[in-house]
Write a protein that binds this ligand. Structure first.
Ligand code: MG
Length: 368
């Protein structure tokens, strides 16, 4: 089988309400997503999505996806989309770095492999059944009262795990906020405090050696080195996210004893192929992982849920679904959805989301 055409569409995805993180210094109102369809000489097609979370969350941005695809995709024509390791090597030689550009291509090729083998991705990723995955809410930065109100609203929607965005306040305010949210949670529910790099190591150590809760703390500081310095001096379990971009970064995090868990996000690390390698490393290291994508529609969410579903329960925490933050749903009724706090990956061949081209307008890029 050979790739004969790559077509890309741009989608504007407004959020239902402004979203703040990293102590409120980063604000998001809309996402810029790119959908990719790969066609083959055997008539099979696959769909992928690359959607950075704005342009300030990671070194990635929406227009960069399209520019990268323009440079990358001519080299992929004629290659076998099912030979995913080989395809990733070609992508890395043709365009080193730029992981977020490649994830849509890789996702579309996994979709083709699933359709070719008539297997859902959860099975290709090693799962024995479409296991339901717990999903977590994402709570924008605010006062403890505002954040607990959002948590209570999410709880009514079935969420039992919450990712509360903190950091950026003075030390005393962050200590009070974290303890107030932890002790104010609905009974039996869990929270991860996501700092999104807002603390310096000194502030992280002050706050975390003062709070009385033992909840997960995510990405306290900017770099892996800073986070490792903090991890050695606090008792809360540490989850890493934005500072990990490659398999080598994850290995480095383990060597430095910098974390007990990681966020595995295909768009951040270059696609499902590389995310699966990191997932497998995490299982072997005993990490607990949140497996989800950086952003996007139900398409990107569903692809990540397949990987989460096929991961041993002991190694996965909850997964976040970006599409519940969006003001539009371009593929209604399809994919993995929140059903009382859980999402089940489709058992259709591939990832199971088939966009209607009439609903997404004219393509912005066709390479054949
Ligand atoms: Mg995070």
């Amino acid at each position: 089988m050979k790739i004969t055409r790559v077509t890309a569409w741009q989608l504007d995805l407004p959020l239902t309400q402004p979203y703040f993180l990293s102590g409120g210094r980063l604000r998001f109102d809309r996402l810029d997503s790119t959908l990719v369809r790969i066609d083959t000489d055997e008539g099979l097609s696959g769909w992928g999505e690359s959607c950075p979370w704005g342009q300030t969350y990671l070194p990635a941005h929406g227009p960069g996806v399209r520019a990268g695809l323009q440079s990358l995709t001519p080299a992929l024509l004629g290659h076998d989309p099912c030979a995913l390791d080989d395809l990733n090597r070609v992508m890395d030689i043709t365009l080193p770095g730029h992981a977020y550009v490649k994830s849509a291509i890789d996702m579309a090729c996994w979709d083709i492999l699933g359709k070719f083998t008539t297997m859902p991705l959860w099975r290709l990723f090693g799962g024995s059944a479409a296991e339901p995955v717990n999903v977590n809410s994402s709570i924008s930065t605010g006062t403890p009262e505002e954040m607990l109100a959002l948590i209570n609203r999410a709880s009514k929607q079935g969420y039992r795990t919450h990712s509360a965005k903190v950091g950026g306040s003075d030390v005393g305010t962050d200590i009070l906020r974290i303890d107030a949210i932890s002790s104010g949670l609905p009974a039996g529910e869990q929270v991860t405090f996501d700092v999104n790099r807002a603390w310096t190591p000194g502030v992280a150590i002050q706050v975390l050696n003062s709070v009385s809760c033992n909840d997960w703390i995510e990405q306290p500081c900017e770099t892996l080195g800073e986070c490792a310095h903090v991890a050695a001096r606090v008792s809360n379990p540490i989850m890493l996210d934005e500072c990990l971009h490659s398999f080598a970064d994850h290995l480095d995090a383990w060597k430095r004893s910098a974390c007990e868990g990681v966020k595995v996000k295909p768009n951040r690390v270059g696609g499902l192929t590389k995310a699966k390698r990191i997932r497998d490393l995490g299982v072997n290291l005993g990490w607990q992982m949140h497996i989800e994508d950086v952003g996007g529609t139900v398409l990107a969410d569903t692809a990540a849920i397949h990987l989460a579903s096929s991961t041993p329960p002991a190694n996965r925490l909850a997964s976040w679904l970006c599409h519940y933050h969006l003001d539009l749903d371009p593929f209604p009724g399809q994919g993995a959805r929140n059903n009382q706090g859980q999402a089940v990956p489709p058992s259709l061949a591939g990832h199971g989301v088939e966009p209607d081209v009439d609903a997404i307008g004219d393509p912005v890029l066709v390479i054949e």
